[in-house]
Write a protein that binds this ligand. Sequence first.
Ligand SMILES: Nc1ncnc2c1ncn2[C@@H]1O[C@H](COP(=O)(O)OP(=O)(O)OP(=O)(O)O)[C@@H](O)[C@H]1O
Length: 553
Amino acid sequence: MSRRVLLQEGMRLLRPFRRLILLAAACGAAAGLATVALLATVNRALNQPEGLASGLFGAFLGLCAMTLVGRAVSDILTNRVGQRLVAQVRTALGRKILEAPIAALERYRSHRLLPVLTKDVDMISDIAFLLASLLIASAVTLGCFIYLAWLSLPMFLLLLVSLGLGSIIQYRARARAIRGFRAARDSEDTLHKAYRAISEGAKELRINRRRRAMVFGGQIEATIDRIRAINEGAIRNFVLANTVGSALLFLVIGLLLAWQLLFPAPDQAVLSGFVLVLLFVKGPMDQIIAAIPSLGRAQIAFGRIAELSAGFVTPEPGVTTDRPVPPDRQIDSLALRGLRYAYPASKGSTPFTLGPIDLTIRRGEIVFIVGDNGSGKTTLIKLLLGLYVPTEGEVLLDGRPVTDLDRDDYRQLFTTVFADYHLFEELAEDADGLAERAGPYLERLEIAHKVTVENGAFSTTDLSTGQRKRLALVQAYLERRPIVVFDEWAADQDPTFRRIFYTELLPELRSQGRTLIVISHDDRYFDIADRVVRLDAGRVQAEEVAVAKDPAP
Ligand SMILES: Nc1ncnc2c1ncn2[C@@H]1O[C@H](COP(=O)(O)OP(=O)(O)OP(=O)(O)O)[C@@H](O)[C@H]1O
């Protein structure tokens, strides 16, 4: 991402806080200038026989107060901007992810997503507080330089030469470090992926020592070591550049003292003042220089956040959290007309394409979608559910095409249990009387002894794989939506419950007026369906009223 785009993105984010930032900057600058004036007052008092008694005491007190109050106000305001900025970025990213097209989310892998949401956003929060001190340090440094130039121009020119040299060294160290930090940040994604592997694959790793060694030594340790080496090298370069910078400053002081020997100064106060202020300004200058690595890292973090934002820049129209839920309604038919979908091409393999598919499903039907692994069943239901936008063709609801604008309303007609479903503990239903409504379903699915519904949520989801899936089915019952889609729901069920699912639960759901679309490999139950749609390599191979292979036990 180019620097210009980053800058524009930064300005856009900061725009709502411009008043607070200006106020914080003004207070910081006032505190910085008051510090410089305080220094000048001390210098004057030190070089006058009567010291602070010569009317400088009031100025001393006033400048002390201004320094302290200005710094405190600037710190508080900058912190406020920082915290609000982070809250704004977090909310915006959360919203973008919620509103992003599913296909875009599937492309942006979660091991890349999570470090941005946690690490990069935290980095911005850390840097936000640093900004107030940086602002004040910059104001103090600038004020001191102006004072130094006013004290003695030739001495100041000597200082400028040394500063120029120091800046070149710092700039080169920074450019190298940024490259390193960027590589380190890329490795953080790899590390996150490996961490996910050891938490999600804990069982597999426990029983396979060779794989454990591969993942730990080859991925985790190697990545951690790479990040350590890069950061260590970058910081070492910064420290060396800093040391050279400090040495240059001491050299200037040495030269000034030598200058006094060679050309005795007409005014001793000028030289002592110059050296005093120079030693003082080293503090704020060191503060600015010490912040350079953090600023470099923040720049990279900010780039990652901007990149993620750009990845999800086009939200799905109509997918907002504040739109009202459409009222319950029935449907007469769903139809796919000339529907095609192509996954984006990936390196080294031909992308899978589905279609063209023509299919009509009528209210109250039970339609099975069957076919070999990879034949496109899940892709088809994602299109049917409006989760993917067709590359060609259209989906018709009661004869009317589903458009971008009403696709999210259309999706609210479905209840789904995906093969890779996520079970939410909270039920998105009115909590009043929910426990009573859920009770019979929990009984029916033989999990009432394990789970209850309390305060609109399941009491637990710590259940066996098959039991969790039954809980997902309870949700489907409670949602009362007109179309229910199951993606291999029965795959984890014992034979008895599998039979109950096909021979009792599906007909029961249909008798409630629901339309059922079921992906299944259980050919012995195909006779339950009104129609069986068989897919092969992304095309409908046959549409038939199938008969069970064997009688159900
Ligand atoms: N997110 C994706 N990006 C690219 N290709 C994908 C993606 N998801 C699926 N595919 C490809 O689409 C093809 C069909 O996948 P799909 O999941 O629809 O098959 P399926 O019939 O449901 O298979 P299974 O019975 O194994 O669940 C596969 O060959 C797969 O490689």
